[in-house]
Every structure is written in structure tokens, then in C-alpha cells.
Design a protein around this ligand. Structure first.
Ligand code: TYM
Length: 373
């Protein structure tokens, strides 16, 4: 891999991601202004993740919106691979999915791939991934999804309803396609090679249940797109519409690298972190600040390289004017890194306290959301 190159697959994100190049590589489309205007008309206002280009790429989004304009409902589908606790990066696409559910009054199918994380993680047992799945489900519920319009399921528990369609998908995907799309080596276990067929199924589920074509829109970070290329390739042969997608960029880690990742606990904030632990992680975060306060005041900071600024930008400051002002004061050396970190820590702590309270309450509501065979 050349020094400046990058890799994005559902299981690996390395190097400095060039998001525009990724759109070319994957063959997706950038979300343009007419598309944004269309969503704004439907939703009343644009979510800040759309205004800022955090959700920036799509497949067939125009089609789903056209169908919506004709009065046809669509279903949302997203998910989580339960390999551990939920971090703030995972929440990002779910917060956006909630906006879509509210704006379009859409049903949501939420898949917990406990099978996937068992197959792909040497150290995890099926009991571990099931336990994490239920933990992660609490985070989904805590975000306030409508229980009447949201169904959550674990693959290993809902498999009787998924398996036949998974087989139909699997029969149409060759080993060479799986290798080309996901980069599997000969050492990959055969369960992992089959797995993508399971992730395809929920895209077809609502059409199957209703016995007619129900468009499906999948919000996710762009790392999941390879799965759905496979899903889209087999859809028409199976008699279903191709699912549409809307992709986001990655919420960065506190180390300043591209993607918050659960395997780097010190530079990720988990929804289950005690507020003072989160604060400590923030106070230790990378800002790219100057060596001395004097130098910082003279030369200013570099917000685009700073993980703290990215936190405000991606999740913790919805007001565009305030984000612009923060960027300005940083570049002008008017705000020091320590102060900026402390302000963010207060916001993150308040968020965690409230989220953890809602998570506790979610325990009583779990069964309202769970979809079972
Ligand atoms: P998982 O558990 O890796 O991630 C869950 C969701 O979070 C997104 N994501 C991120 N988004 C922003 N910033 C980050 N740093 C970040 N890290 C992860 C992922 O793209 C995903 O949307 N196989 C899937 C589970 C799944 C799924 C789906 C995801 C099953 N069906 C349908 C999306 C759509 C997985 O392991 O996700």
C-alpha cells in the first residue's frame, strides 16, 4: 500500500481516508445541493450532519425520495456488530437515522449481527456477542426511537425468519466476488465468507412481509457499503428493489486519527464510560496545539487537525455559527486548547449522564422493541 493510500472495508479502516476518492472507488454518488433541497422540503429542516457534509454520499437516494413524493412509504434499515460497548462514533449514524424516522415517519429495522462478531473476532464467544448485542440495543432505544415503528433483532435469535432469504442471496454470490469485494484471504473462516448474505436480508424483509416492493434506505458509515453492493447486485434476481444508501464519514478518534475505533479504548468514548473517565480521555486528547501558550496566542491552532474541534463539529455543537466562531477563535489564538477541552468535557459529561439515565430506563422497554421468530 503506498504511504498516502488508505483502505476501507467493513472490518478495516487504515490510512488517511480521502472521502471523495472513496466515492469514486466505491461507485457511489456525492449528495448534491438539489438533493439536499429535496430533503429540506420534506423534513422541514436539514440535519446538521447533512448541512456539514458529514452524511455526504449515497446510492439511489433520489429514487427513494421520488417514491416518497408519490406517497409510497419506505423502510429504514441499519445495525450494529456487537463486539463491545457502543462508542460515540456508532451513535452518529443512529442519531441521523432517528432524524429520518421522525421526518419521514418511517419504520426502522435494526440488525444486531452477533453472528458476525463471533465469526470475525477470535476472542469473542457467542455468549459474549449476545451479551453485547443486548447492551448495544439499550443505546439504540435510549436515543428515543419510536417503539411502534422500530424493530430490533439479533441474527442468532431471529435466524428462522432470515435464513431462507440468506440462502437465496448466498447462492448468487460467488467466492471470487466475496474475495474481490471484501479482500478475503484463503485463511478466512468459511462462516465469515457467508456472512454478507445475512446482512443483506433485512433490506428485503419489509417487501417480503408486505408481499410488495417496499423501498429500503440504509443509513450507515461508508465502511458498510461493500456489503450492500453485494445486496444490490442480487436484489432484482430475487424479485426485490435494490436498497438505497446514505453514507457518513467517520467520527474521529481522540488521537486525531480518522476513525474512532472500539479497539482503541483510550481514544474512544463509550456510552458506558463514567463521566470522569470520559473527561480524562478528553483532557489527554490530541489537539495539534503549539508547544507554549505564547506560541499558541501568536500563531493560533489548527482546528481541522484537532480532535476536540472535530468532536464539536461532528456531534456536540449543532449551531453552525458557533462552530464557525470556534474555528475562528482557535485559528486566531484566542482560545487555548485546555479551555476548549474543558468546555467540551462538560458537554460530553452532560450527554453521558442523560444517555446513561435513558439507557437504564430502556431496560424496561427492551421487549417492546425486540423482534422474535
Ligand atoms: P459496526 O458495529 O461496526 O458499526 C455500527 C454503525 O456505526 C458505523 N460506524 C461509525 N460511524 C461513524 N464513525 C465511526 N467512527 C464509526 N464506526 C462505525 C458503521 O458504519 C455502522 O453504521 N456489520 C455492521 C452491523 C450492521 C449494519 C447493518 C450497519 C448490520 N446491518 C446495516 C449498518 C447498516 C457492523 O459491524 O457495524
Amino acid at each position: 500500500m503506498p504511504a498516502n493510500d488508505f483502505v476501507v472495508t467493513p472490518w478495516e479502516v487504515t490510512g488517511e481516508v480521502d472521502y471523495e476518492k472513496l466515492v469514486e472507488r466505491f461507485g457511489t454518488q456525492l449528495i448534491d445541493d438539489p438533493l439536499l433541497e429535496r430533503i429540506r422540503k420534506h423534513a422541514g429542516e436539514l440535519h446538521f450532519m447533512l448541512r456539514r457534509g458529514i452524511f455526504y454520499s449515497h446510492r439511489d437516494l433520489n429514487w427513494v425520495l421520488e417514491e416518497h413524493e408519490k406517497g409510497k412509504e419506505f423502510v429504514l434499515y441499519t445495525g450494529r456488530g456487537p463486539s463491545g460497548n457502543t462508542h460515540l462514533g456508532h451513535l452518529m449514524p443512529w442519531i441521523f437515522t432517528k432524524y429520518l424516522q421522525d421526518s419521514y415517519d418511517a419504520k426502522l429495522l435494526f440488525q444486531l449481527t452477533d453472528d458476525e462478531k463471533f465469526l470475525f473476532n477470535e476472542g469473542l464467544s457467542l455468549e459474549d456477542t449476545k451479551r453485547y448485542a443486548y447492551e448495544n440495543a439499550l443505546d439504540v432505544i435510549a436515543l428515543g426511537f419510536d417503539p411502534k415503528k422500530t424493530e430490533i433483532f439479533l441474527d442468532t435469535e431471529y435466524i428462522a425468519s432470515l435464513y431462507k432469504t440468506a440462502l437465496r442471496v448466498a447462492k448468487r454470490v460467488t467466492f471470487s466476488t466475496a474475495k474481490a469485494v471484501f479482500g478475503f484471504k484463503n485463511s478466512a473462516n468459511i462462516g465469515s465468507i457467508f456472512f454478507t448474505s445475512i446482512q443483506s436480508v433485512p433490506a428485503f424483509l419489509e417487501s417480503q412481509r408486505q408481499g410488495r416492493e417496499v423501498p429500503c434506505l440504509i443509513p450507515c458509515a461508508i465502511d458498510q457499503d461493500p456489503h450492500f453492493r453485494v445486496t444490490r447486485d442480487v436484489a432484482s434476481a430475487l424479485g426485490y428493489p435494490k436498497p438505497a444508501l446514505i453514507h457518513c464519514k467517520f467520527f474521529p478518534s481522540l488521537a486525531g486519527s480518522d476513525k474512532m475505533s472500539a479497539s482503541m479504548a483510550e481514544t474512544s468514548i463509550f456510552t458506558t464510560d463514567a463521566p470522569d473517565v470520559a473527561e480524562e480521555k478528553i483532557m489527554n486528547a490530541f489537539t495539534g496545539g503549539r508547544a507554549t501558550v505564547k506560541e499558541q496566542r501568536e500563531k493560533g491552532g489548527k482546528p481541522l487537525e484537532c480532535s476536540i474541534y472535530q468532536y464539536y463539529y461532528y456531534v456536540f455543537e449543532e449551531d453552525d455559527g458557533k462552530v464557525a466562531e470556534l474555528s475562528r477563535t482557535c485559528r486566531k489564538g484566542e482560545i487555548m486548547c485546555g479551555e476548549c477541552k474543558a468546555l467540551l468535557a462538560e458537554r460530553v459529561k452532560a450527554f453521558l449522564v442523560e444517555h446513561q439515565r435513558r439507557r437504564e430506563k430502556a431496560k424496561d422497554k427492551l421487549e417492546e422493541f425486540m423482534l422474535r421468530d
